[in-house]
Design a protein around this ligand. Structure first.
Ligand code: PGA
Length: 248
């Protein structure tokens, strides 16, 4: 009942020319895929390039971050309005790299999700624990805090207004994937918390897994009842790998 979503997070990789080449490869290799949603989130500088290549295809465009204000003197920032204007359907919010290197907090995550909703786009809200937090047994506490604070005062009129991505920080870019059981356990917990916030809509909210997703491990992850897709970093940079992941 939940339509799978496979999303690529290109992070700070590729020039416009390189991004175009990747996008062209994906547009042709994924053209027949109809039963799942596909999204690619390039660096800002390549948004217009991918918009043109993906126009009329089954691949949606996404952004990796935003500012919560509509406009203003915020040098270096982009608003939800601008990203919508640039053709985005999804915006990643609260990625662990933003939390770790750029001072993202539960408060800014909350403001950003509200800004994404202001323009009727879909936020992909990232949550996840560090290795130290997992080893000290606080995984569930951390996830609960991230969800309740990040989603404070947020109302949904439809379940597709929110995508959550569970990304254990220790699994991002490290080659260490959470086991399918570890991931499913946290996904079940996230869905339970979402039910507390959004009642029966939680059953229809998509929860993605992220962290070293590869063609070799996607199938096992997608077999889990509460894993509804993936947020893919490194492996989305190669057309053949991302294609294999989307077609798991
Ligand atoms: P990775 O990144 O697939 O390279 O581990 C995932 C992410 O950071 O979204």
């Amino acid at each position: 009942m939940r339509r799978p979503l496979l999303a690529g997070n290109m992070k700070m990789f590729k020039t416009q020319r390189e991004a175009e080449e990747l996008a062209e490869g994906l547009a042709s290799s994924l053209s027949g895929v109809k039963d799942r949603d596909i999204c690619m989130c390039p660096p800002y500088a390549s948004l217009h390039v991918l918009r043109e290549v993906f126009d009329g295809t089954n691949i949606a465009l996404g952004a990796q971050n935003l500012h919560w204000e509509k406009e203003g003197a915020f040098t270096g920032e982009l608003s939800a309005e601008m990203l919508k204007d640039a053709g985005c359907s999804y915006i990643i919010v609260g990625h662990s790299e933003r939390r770790q290197y750029f001072g993202e907090t539960e408060t800014t995550v909350n403001k950003k999700i509200k800004a994404v909703h202001r323009v009727h786009l879909k936020p992909i809200m990232c949550v996840g624990e560090t290795l130290q937090e997992r080893e000290s047994g606080s995984t569930f506490n951390i996830i609960e805090t991230q969800l309740t604070r990040g989603l404070a005062d947020i109302r949904l009129t439809s379940p597709d207004q929110l995508v959550v991505a569970y990304e254990p920080v220790w699994a991002i870019g490290t080659g260490k994937t959470a086991t399918t059981d570890q991931a499913q356990e946290v996904h079940v917990f996230i869905r339970k918390k979402l039910a507390g916030l959004f009642k029966n809509k939680a059953e229809e909210i998509r929860i993605l897994y992220g962290g070293s997703v590869k063609p070799e491990n996607i199938k096992g992850l997608m077999l889990q009842a509460d894993i509804d897709g993936a947020l893919v970093g490194g492996a989305c940079l190669k057309a053949d790998q991302f294609t294999a992941i989307v077609k798991y």
